[in-house]
Design a protein around this ligand. Sequence first.
Ligand code: NAD
Ligand code: IPM
Ligand code: MN
Length: 346
Amino acid sequence: MSYRITLLPGDGVGPEVTAAARAALDAASTAFNLGLSFDERAFGGAGIDAFGAPYPDETRTAVAAADAIFLGAVGGPKWEKGGPRPEQGLLDLRRDLGVYANLRPTIVAPGFEDRSPLKADVARGVDFLIVRELNGGVYYGDREEGKTRASDLCVYTRDEVRRVARVAFEAARGRRGKVTSVDKANVLATSRLWRAAVEELRAEAYADVELEHALVDAMAMHLVTRPASFDVILTENMFGDILSDEASVLSGSIGMAPSASLGDGKGLYEPIHGSAPDIAGKGVANPIGAIMSAAMLARHSLGRDDAAAAIERAVAGALDDGLATRDLGGDATTTVFSNAVAERLA
Ligand code: NAD
Ligand code: IPM
Ligand code: MN
């Protein structure tokens, strides 16, 4: 087998963490004979600078030919002064790929509870998966942008809810069998549709999975008071964006959080953090979110659990050795951490 991986490093720390993900995939490719080849393309702010568009045509062509796509991060102050926005490229990419289910796992590893901003007893045992709807909602509704009035329309269809809910129920079956669906059904029509569609699908096909509903405001609280009580958290696009940043720091830093965006075709893999303009170019970004996203790529796009598990073990081993970037209180650079992971894979 051979696979073509298109890398979209993007902006800020994006290229720094993408290099780390590439190094891990490269080492895994050699060790497990994965037959990976890579090509890097301009995207986001880098796409605007090189071609005048965040998702340039030549990048589209490469994405179309790829077996899987890895993205670093996009955006930054340079592109906030008017003109095309890097983030729009990402929304277009997710829509074009039809990756409607965004998986964002959070795990507090045993022994590392003290990295959490929460009390160790609260953080202990945290192991949940956020399944974020990624192709609909307020991100994709009609937008009106005026000087005195603006609007962003939030739309969901029953089928859009069902297809992502199915991913959550299936994931729960392979885990601890519980789904918490998060909405704002006390106020929003889209949330009432969401809740009804989730209930309906469960009754049809997933009666063995435990289902509870939570309102998003209370959920923001539960995530810091009893995070270990959740298994799979299913939610719409914007709530998932917000809750996943909150969840990511339970393990110590947003720099550790990976994601896989899946649909019916090829997958997109990205750390959940942004371009981190405050630390970009300093070589101190935590590459773990990117490297763990590479592991998700191996698992979901290559079907290689062995390579994925090896990448995950290499990260855990480097942490066990005491290596850590600045956000985790250590002094390892991005490259030092990344090299340690690649060496363990070799
Ligand atoms: P951010 O995630 O870039 O940064 C938030 C904080 O987390 C900062 O203090 C940053 O230094 C820290 N951080 C982020 N990644 C880190 C890493 N790997 N290691 C150590 N620390 C890390 O969020 P922001 O500052 O709100 O957004 C900056 C830009 O990134 C914006 O333009 C935003 O639109 C964009 N963004 C892009 C993505 C993406 O490409 N998927 C995601 C989120 C934000
Ligand atoms: C993320 C980011 C993106 C989102 C932005 C950059 C469009 O915050 O991947 O979490 O909101 O989905
Ligand atoms: Mn986000």
